[in-house]
Design a protein. Structure first.
Length: 156
């Protein structure tokens, strides 16, 4: 196998609920991670581990980060995002799989408090200003009614 084929996969779970004010999503405020600290991000997200499906990764991340039990069948695919930082570093070549979820067991809470300074519900039409940019693309697409199955980000 050659080193020229490298892509870091990640799973994102956008928890959604209907509230009196409209459609809401759960976001966490990143802290002490070294990447976009001080920005709001998807409630649960992380890398797909070796020998793990992207669905299993999404379920695991929701449990690890939010203490929630989610069934794979309750994950609704939104899109896959192929993105780059354009710097030639293999670690910055990514493919992200975004899911929404409206059904889970448990009450979301910050489990990894050293990585998240806050956890809040936001209306899709009233997101905070500082949202991780590639995640903002997906959240804005959800607000607009949907996204294409494949989205690219960071390419010329």
């Amino acid at each position: 196998m050659t080193d020229r084929f490298r892509l870091v996969p990640a799973a994102y779970v956008v928890l959604r609920r209907q509230d009196k004010g409209g459609d809401e999503v759960l976001l966490q405020l990143r802290a002490n991670t070294g990447y976009r600290d001080g920005y709001w991000a998807t409630g649960a997200a992380g890398h797909v581990e070796a020998d793990e499906s992207v669905l299993a990764a999404a379920v695991r991340e929701a449990a690890e980060e939010l203490d929630l039990v989610i069934a794979e069948a309750d994950l609704e695919p939104v899109c896959a995002m192929h993105r780059t930082h354009g710097n030639g570093r293999p670690v910055d070549e990514r493919v992200d799989f975004f899911f929404t979820c409206r059904h889970w067991t448990g009450e979301p809470r910050r489990v990894e408090q050293h990585k998240a300074a806050d956890l809040r519900w936001f209306r899709l039409d009233a997101l905070p200003e500082r949202v991780v940019p590639h995640e903002r693309v997906v959240l804005d697409g959800l607000r607009a009614g949907g996204l294409p199955p494949i989205v690219t980000y960071g390419f010329p």
